[in-house]
Structures are given as structure tokens and as C-alpha cells.
Ligand binder design. Sequence first.
Ligand SMILES: [Zn+2]
Length: 226
Amino acid sequence: MSIRWIGIAAVVAGLAPCSAYAWGHEGHEVIAEIARTHLTLKALAATDAILKTDVSNNLTAHDMASEATWADAYRGAGHRETASWHFVDLELDNPDLKAACFGFPPAAVPASSGPAQDCVVDKINEFAGELINPNTPADEKLLALKFLIHFVGDIHQPLHASDNHDRGGNCVQVSLGGVRTTNLHSYWDGDGSTPCEIRSSAASQSSSTVAEWPPDTTRQPTPILA
Ligand SMILES: [Zn+2]
């Protein structure tokens, strides 16, 4: 992802509406495509087999990249109770994961049923746990996979995982040149990048090996569908 905007004037103000934006569809699709290239054949087959059962989903197409955008569409289709699951507002000047995760509330069973006040870190762990649990019902496993694919994408948007007392950049106005403006969070969601730029960046990432990535970006608590 380009960071050329860094030189652009940023004005901290309440000029932009402070609402939660989604990491753009393009970003989620690209991340899912990158993840797909790193799945084992067994994991790939298991993933596709689960997604193939998603016949009642009329919010997205059913391939993995399209399903990566499902959780945003689901939230927009009357499921605001899942809104907080898409981010973790870790304050830059005092990062406190427990506070940012609403005190780590006990997981509901199934995890797709709540609680509403939870963070993306908790939900990734909960849904990953459901996927590796052979006792998880098939319908919940499908939801867990769709949420997991999306939330792993969300957490790769820096402003879904950090906060500078500005609602994850939603309150920071940036200029795109001329009279075009947006806010910093929306810029990262795709307002400032073209699909070609994103796909080009993804292609270069895909040519890397996981071993070349910084250690923290590949650390996983548990293997998923390995
Ligand atoms: Zn999201």
C-alpha cells in the first residue's frame, strides 16, 4: 500500500463525520487472494468446501475473495451488533489491549452470537477456535470462516488496529490534491488508491515468501484448517 499521502497536509479536526468505515472491498479481496496462495492444498480444499455450502448468502458471490467482503455487507444488512468486531482501537500513546477489547468479555456460544462489545483480536481467536473444533456445527463453521477471512483483512488496515484519539483516523482530514478531501481512515479504505495500485502491490507481496515477512505478521496462535 502506497504511503505517498504522508506528505499531504493533514488537518486534525472534527470536519469529517466520525463513523466506522470498512477497509475497502478491494483491500479485503486482495488480502484473501494473498492468503489463498499460502494455504496448503488440504486447507484450500476445506475452505472451498465450507464456502460452497453458502447457498443462502445473497450479499456476495461465493468465491473466497468475494466472501472476504461479506462481514461488511452483513453488518450493513441490519447487523450493527457486529460493528465493534471489525477493529481494535489500540491507543498509540497508551496501548492497552484489554481496554481496547472491552475487558476481554467471555465468548458467546456460538461466537457469531456475540457479545456486541468485543474487538477484532478476540473475534479472530474465537472464530479460529470454532474452525478447528470438530464439534462446531456446520452452519456456525461457515459463519466463522466468513468472519475470519474478513477480520484478518480488517486487522491489516493499520487504522483498524490503532488509534490516536481520532477514532482510527476518521477525524483526520487529508487533502487528495485540489479540492478533493477525505479522511485518513477512508484514504486507507481505498479512497486514495486505485484498484490497479492495490493489485500491483498485492502481486509483489505474493511473490514474497512467508519466511521473508516480519515475524509478527505470520505468528498464529493455532493452525487453522492446516
Ligand atoms: Zn470490516
